[in-house]
Ligand binder design. Sequence first.
Ligand SMILES: [Zn+2]
Ligand SMILES: [Zn+2]
Length: 267
Amino acid sequence: MLQDALKISVLASGSTGNALYIESEKERLLIDAGLSGKKIKSLMEKIGRAPEDLDGVLITHEHRDHTKGVGVLARKYHLPVYANRATWENMQSIVGKIPLDQCFDFEMGKTKTFGDLDVESFGVSHDAAAAQFYRINHHDHSFVVMTDTGYCSDKTKGIIQGADGYLIESNHDLGMLRMGKYPWSLKQRILGDRGHLSNEDSAIVMSEVMDRHTKKIFLGHLSQENNLKELARMTMTDTLNALDIHVGEDVFIYDTDPNEATPLVEI
Ligand SMILES: [Zn+2]
Ligand SMILES: [Zn+2]
């Protein structure tokens, strides 16, 4: 039903900056604002939206690629900002001063209502103070965003089960990372339990959490050094096809880009 629509655009995704736009009839939110305020404004314009329309910004964790533009946007457009307490403490130096009446706690494991959206936060395994991602529920539609995680626990798999759409991390190709020019310590960090999901991990997680409701999968946070869109897409496609889930029929895969917004897609 059209009036029940939940729409999303991945404005940008990758280690240079992340922002996800999500809207319903009553609510317009950003999840993360990891690019300059100016860049986020121009990305929103590409999908016919403006920062003035936003009702708030939800933060996942303090890393710069998720928080760079938060302060500017909050001050310029008087936006409320939501993050858990540990993230607030650790992002202070990046976001600068945000008026106190615009700062809100959104603790891990809690669900908050924003207009006609119920947003559930859940913790992930990442090298930040207390990284959390979100499941957005709107009537009988739901969308999950989960990037920046070294692995996906059974508890998390339970929380993200059976959504209509996903933005899931597909950070690196294992072969490219192993052979690539990153120093050993950085490779270890990325491969570790608190690093990032590989294409292979991502495909396995998706195959475990998706069900017949799941129609749209956005592959996010691709490394520009250790991955290719084609490779990420191929790994996901091959894994799902092998399980008799037909990509292009049962489910559709979308690329994301560090510099270009995806179209506004109905979930
Ligand atoms: Zn990140
Ligand atoms: Zn991160």
